[in-house]
Every structure is written in structure tokens, then in C-alpha cells.
Design a protein around this ligand. Structure first.
Ligand SMILES: [Zn+2]
Length: 365
């Protein structure tokens, strides 16, 4: 346990069973946890295959890639990084979204990896509550159901979602967003499927889902995942201020190539930030960056028709851009000669600062 705690203190680590890393853990500084329990590839001979009758062993394709792309997208937009926990073991060796008996199917090394996975999620939750007061865990999965839509798991079954808003109000305390509901004072049905719901935020990014305003509940007979072990254990149903939603993504056009999953991450990133800004405003905060009063001409950065460019003769380094309200809109490391495109940003005046320059560049887009 002591070794585990030491490992958890490192910023980005692969947590090992024996000599081999089976869990990837990235520490964050933003009130969001990304968990990917079913996207692993490793099949070491030192762990027995899971063969129990009820054991599901199919991989949720490209969900660990989705977690990394999504973390990168959030960092590009906010200059802060979510916490990331990835099970690197194939599901035939470990299912991190089950209780330990079914997860490891009796293999002690798999059971140890399972402990590490959940200790990492608990560590992330505890630090988020301490630093930000509240936060959100997204448990990332993929489904093969026939309807091409996201399935959002709040620990509410399809039949419970088909109930009226008045009846659903009684379900809030048994959901994985119990804390969000009690903090907000907003009717539970509108958090789950109204405007400003996570389903609505996904819809605005071009992703259909249920529950959402357009698709408030799965119809009778339609397959639906309502949330599993991780959502139940690490969401706020049983206490704490970190909520959880299980995200089940369909496959066609979404997870069927690395390019598509990178595009997916960008759209989900926009939805997650909209949802966090709406429901977790004090945790997310407004990132006001102090800037020098005098904006002279920076020698390394120049404005281009599309954005800003780092001069070839300068060293590589970190560039930050803030909008007129002082909100940081970008912070990345740029290479000499590289250009950053501002085309996706709102029109207006921006300030850019390069870490090796004392002056600030103003530019319009
Ligand atoms: Zn899954």
C-alpha cells in the first residue's frame, strides 16, 4: 500500500503489478476524471484468462484512445488537464467495471490490478473534492447495440427513464449524480434530459444520445446500459461530491478509426465543458490570467491571417492566448516555425504571450 501511495504521488505513472504496468494513471488539475476500464490490449501469460460463465471479455474498441484524446482536448481548451485512469489489461484478463470476484475471476495479480485501478479513482476523487469542492467522473465505454446513439448511464434503468418527471424526482437520491441534484436545486428530470442536460450538450455537438431532450428515454425493448460498477461506486450515489456518468458510444463513424475517435473526443470535449460550466461553475471557475498592462510587440510571435506563428529563430516554448475578458482560451507548446490556427475561436481581440518573451502580442481574428 505504501508503494502504491508513493506511485500515486507521481504526476503521470503506469501503476505496476510486479514489474509490469497494468494501469495508466495521469494526475490532473481540473475537476474531471476520465476512466476507461474496457479498452485494454495487454494479455500477459502470467495472468489467467477470465473464464467464468457470466464473464464478458469483449473489448470496447478505442476507448483508451478516446480517453487520451479527450484529456488532450480539454487541456487545449482550458490549459488544465483531467485525471485519467486506463486499464491497460485486455478484458479477458481484467474487467475493472465489475466487483473484484467477477473482475479478476480468482487471479490474484488481476485482483491486485483491480485494487490499483479503484485506488487511483478514489485518489482522484479525494483530491478533486479537496481542491475544487465537486467534480465529475466520466466512465468511457463502447456498445454494439443496433441504435447509433450514445447511452448515458446515471444508474437509471430504461423503464425508470420512461417515468414522468414527477416520478423521476424520487429517483435522484439513487442516481450517480445525486450530489449535483442536491447542490443545484433543479428538478432532476431537467438535469437528466432537459435543456442543459449532458444529452443536450452532446446534441449541440452533433451527437445523438438517450436520455436527452430529443430522445428522453429508451423505448421498451431497446437495449440500454444504465451504468455499471464504476458509476455506482465512484459516483455520488453513496456520498461525496463527485458525480459520475457512464458514456456508452456506438461504433460506426465514431470509434471505427483513430481519426474518428479523435474527432469524437473534440466534440465530447465541447459538450463536457458546456456541462461543467453550467452545473459545476464554482469547481471549474473562471480562469482569469494576469497580464502585463503594456502590450508591446513580441519578437517571437507574429499575427498571421489565420492565427499566430512562432518565429523560426526562436526556441520552442509555451504560448498562452487570452480573450478580451482575460479568460485563457489556449495554452500549448509550440515549435519554431509552427502556426496556431485561431479559426475555431470567436471573433474578437486576443492577447498572446510566449514564455521566452517579455512582451505581449495583440491580434484580431
Ligand atoms: Zn464497457
Amino acid at each position: 500500500m505504501r508503494a502504491l501511495l508513493l506511485a500515486l504521488l507521481l504526476s503521470s505513472v503506469s501503476l505496476c503489478v510486479g514489474a509490469q504496468p497494468f494501469v495508466e494513471f495521469q494526475r490532473g488539475d481540473f475537476p474531471l476524471i476520465l476512466s476507461a476500464p474496457h479498452g485494454g490490449y495487454l494479455t500477459p501469460d502470467s495472468l489467467a484468462d477470465r473464464t467464468c460463465a457470466a464473464c464478458v471479455t469483449v473489448r470496447d474498441t478505442r476507448t483508451q484512445e478516446w480517453a487520451r484524446f479527450l484529456a488532450d482536448d480539454i487541456e487545449q481548451r482550458t490549459a488544465r488537464r483531467p485525471w485519467v485512469v486506463i486499464n491497460l489489461l485486455a478484458r479477458v484478463k481484467l474487467d475493472a467495471n465489475r466487483d473484484v470476484a467477477e473482475a479478476a475471476d480468482g487471479d490474484p495479480r488481476a485482483a491486485e490490478a483491480w485494487q490499483i485501478y479503484h485506488a487511483a479513482l478514489e485518489e482522484a476523487s479525494a483530491e478533486i473534492m479537496q481542491r475544487f469542492g465537486s467534480g465529475l467522473l466520466l466512465d468511457l465505454h463502447g456498445h454494439g447495440h443496433s441504435i447509433e446513439r450514445f447511452e448515458l448511464g446515471y444508474l437509471l434503468s430504461a423503464s425508470q427513464l420512461r417515468e414522468s418527471d414527477a416520478a423521476m424526482e424520487m429517483r435522484a437520491g439513487l442516481s450517480s449524480i445525486r450530489a449535483l441534484h442536491s447542490r443545484s436545486g433543479v428538478p432532476f428530470g431537467s438535469i437528466v434530459r432537459g435543456p442543459d442536460s449532458f444529452g443536450d450538450a452532446l446534441f449541440r455537438e452533433g451527437i445523438s444520445s438517450t436520455p436527452s431532450p430529443a430522445d428522453p428515454a429508451p423505448l421498451s425493448g431497446q437495449a440500454f446500459f444504465s451504468g455499471g460498477y464504476i458509476t455506482a461506486r465512484h459516483g455520488s450515489r453513496d456520498g461525496g461530491e463527485v458525480d459520475a456518468i457512464q458514456l456508452e458510444a456506438h461504433y460506426p463513424g465514431i470509434r471505427d478509426s483513430d481519426l474518428h475517435v479523435a474527432e469524437l473526443a473534440s466534440r465530447v470535449g465541447g459538450a463536457v465543458l458546456a456541462f461543467l460550466e453550467r452545473w459545476y461553475p464554482s469547481a471549474v471557475g473562471t480562469d482569469i490570467v494576469p497580464w502585463p498592462d503594456e502590450a508591446g510587440s513580441a519578437s517571437c510571435l507574429t499575427a498571421t491571417p489565420a492565427g499566430i506563428r512562432l518565429h523560426e529563430t526562436c526556441l520552442a516554448g509555451r504560448v498562452e492566448v487570452v480573450d478580451m475578458l482575460g479568460r485563457r482560451v489556449m495554452a500549448i507548446r509550440m515549435a519554431p516555425g509552427e502556426e496556431w490556427m485561431a479559426s475555431s475561436r470567436a471573433r474578437g481581440l486576443y492577447l498572446a504571450r510566449f514564455e521566452h518573451d517579455s512582451a505581449v502580442l495583440r491580434f484580431f481574428r
